[in-house]
Ligand binder design. Sequence first.
Ligand code: COA
Length: 328
Amino acid sequence: MMMRITGTGSALPRETVDNNQIAEWVETSDEWIRERTGIGSRRISTGETVVSLAAQACEKALQQAGKDPLEVDMILLATCSPEYLLPCCACQVQAQIGAANAVAFDINAACAGFLFGLNTAYAYLQTGMYKTILVVGSEVLSKLVDWKDRSSCILFGDGAGAALVEAAGEQEQPCGLIAGVQGCDGVKGMVLKCRERALQNPLFREEFQDGENLYVQMDGREVYRFATRQVADCIQEALEKAKLSVEDIDLFVLHQANVRIIEAVAKRLHADMQRFPMNLEQVGNISSATIPVLLDELNRQGKLHRGDKIVLSGFGAGLTYGACIFVW
Ligand code: COA
């Protein structure tokens, strides 16, 4: 059973925050941020939520695919920044868009979440259990970021991207998702973390250490090392699975964390940078939403053509990583 993307959509908060604004809050500069990350600005929520952004992105994807929300069987929403622990964001999106027939749940695989969502959708499609699935990445990371920590607050932004995936039936040529690889390295997980509430019940009280940081904490260098190696390796593995080579690929749509990471991956793969589209200059790192937001941008700009071979690949907290190969 083939799985195709038949519609994409995205939604970003209204407010843009550029590097100069951040330089008013912490000791940094536009020049430093651009040189080390490639990021120039990001969208920051002034009230938009993971659910409201995801619902908008899903509606646009459905509209593009010409599907009614009632035709959706499943909503898989990747996020690591939900507004509520209960109910999950996916169920709230189900209610907002009126997808009454869909089963819905969240996936937390941080920045690789959308890819894990695609692979999960693929597995469900293979069993024949569901045929029409919304896969969404949506984040409001600005509430998890420590706006006094210049090494991390410069990186992240808010937004959502969605893809409607559908069973394509038997086709003469391979199409849709043709190979997927995903993995985790939990041992190194604490290099990128964000603490939640302490355990406090009638039997046990876990006190937070005085001044314990409840915001995103990151060992940037360690994450950088992991990403440059792991992303290139898993793309190679996915290419081997698909019996393709780097030369066969038209576009590498990578997680938009840092231009230097993307350049390092391109170098490792011996691929030219022209095939690595980027939007991080305008929107920064939106975790699980970066890949579907960029995919939607490319799709709406007419840059994805039938038959194009596209690699999607990302990495994130967990540590998680993954790559998929699509024939568009
Ligand atoms: N502005 C100015 N100076 C800054 C700064 C900022 N925003 N952030 C850090 N610095 C300083 C540090 O304090 C340090 O100063 P020191 O040498 O006086 O101690 C110096 O710059 C170098 O810091 P370092 O952390 O070694 O910089 P780096 O070259 O590793 O760049 C990152 C930092 C975060 C840009 C880089 O490590 C990175 O991109 N890592 C990957 C992070 C990522 O993508 N995370 C998301 C994964 S999904």
